[in-house]
Write a protein that binds this ligand. Sequence first.
Ligand code: G16
Length: 544
Amino acid sequence: MKIKTVPTKPFDGQRPGTSGLRKKVSVFEQTHYLENFVQSIFDSLDDFQGKTLVIGGDGRYFNRKAIQTIIKMAVASGFGELMIGKGGLLSTPAASCVIRKYQAFGGIILSASHNPGGPTEDFGIKYNISNGGPAPEKVTEAIYANTQKITSYQIADTPDVDLDSIGEKILGETKITIIDPVSDYAELMAKLFDFDLIRRLFEIGNFKMRYDAMNAVTGPYAKFILEDVLKAPKGTVVNGEPKEDFGGGHPDPNLVHAHKLVEYMFSDDAPDFGAASDGDGDRNMILGRKFYVNPSDSLAVIVANFWNAPGYDRGLTGVARSMPTSQAVDRVARGMGMSCYETPTGWKFFGNLLDANKATICGEESFGTGSNHVREKDGLWAVLYWLNIIAAVNMSVEDIVKAHWKKYGRNFYSRHDYEAVDSQIANEIMDSMRAMAADSVGKFFGDYEVETFDDFKYVDPVDKSESDHQGIRVLFKDGSRIVFRLSGTGTQGATIRVYIEKYEPNVGHHDMDPQEALAELIEIAENISGIKAKTGRMAPDVIT
Ligand code: G16
């Protein structure tokens, strides 16, 4: 087999963001664009010859084409085996599971997560290391540095591989193994949760749920685990066929983009439980009958109920949350006498804590929850965890959350997103707040006294690596907080995220609407940032 060396030139802007390189499909379709990034990944790695690389994606437009290119480049670079999900599919948590189970050298995941798919929409690629987790910053920075000096890449001159037949074949010196994308992951879930108990909930308890796979990658996983194994009635999983354009939808499981599920769950016909996952299956949204569970609360409830799930009932070593995530889980950790780590946004920051056994469960406000079972957040895992809790305590979702608030108090929480803002204006807004920081401590906004006003800096407790500029924090004396960040996952202009939080111990106030409970702080956020005034926007594009 001939290996071709193809001359190329660097492209601008190939720096991985919060979770890999995400761009419009048309950007990836440029000649050499994908190849340059893939070669830059390989050039940042040492001693991988003869070892295994896992490859899979969320099935979006360009997934299959990208995989064929990556196969040919991985063969040319000397990998010993490529494990590829059938049809080019692997959910992000399943890819992490496969990397770990087969002790692969690493993996390449093709996904732009919750961003829409199709010829005019988004595509993405990221590299995961041997622990199954996203490459840490020192690796992504090395990849980026390579993209800026690349002069050529290597690719095998060979026909495309059949991705749709499970089995093995040899290409040059490399074994190509097409695997069932679901089975390894399903086997792992069965070890973590009490499947007999959950099965009884469906079979005897007449429990009803709806799982919206949003025409994305989790359809086959959810149908197999929920309907075939756990015996939820057929039809429990809706939009279960992965489609290249996600059926024209925006595969982001939140109140705006999963509104059909939300409307159903708030109707009089609502089942007991509703859930959805995103494009690549690492996010989740949890709903009860006429009840929405905020992701930060979901994390706190999952941690507080660890003793219900067999995979966790021997105890947790600690927990971690991203900085903008609400402090609800901190209260649980304090109550249980364990550490709660606060990391920057990005699942990659949890990797060291999980590897060092400092944290067992991690979570983020951005609809992400997971544990040390893999090194990615895991949407279906969170759904199964909730099912396990519901089956064990025999309470409704709403009652479980309200009992939790009664015990720990409620952290009212909301995130306001302003999308596709002119990048220069967004950066000016952030810079002007940074300039305010020093003079703001001790100042009052209404009744709220500023205790800390800074740009979050993280020092990894394991390897002591430092990450600066991870979001502007305005922390008030009473524990309320406002956080401002620019998203690292958008592909158009800048997305400004404003996170608002207030603690309410009084159970009599727990039924308030979060936007109402947070109204004064929302106004203060505008006074501090001037987002509406400076962007001309009247309201956020998405409120979660
Ligand atoms: C990624 C990261 C998450 C992060 C989220 C939002 O998730 O893995 O850790 O919370 O993006 O990031 P940002 O606020 O920078 O847009 P996903 O599901 O997109 O891979």
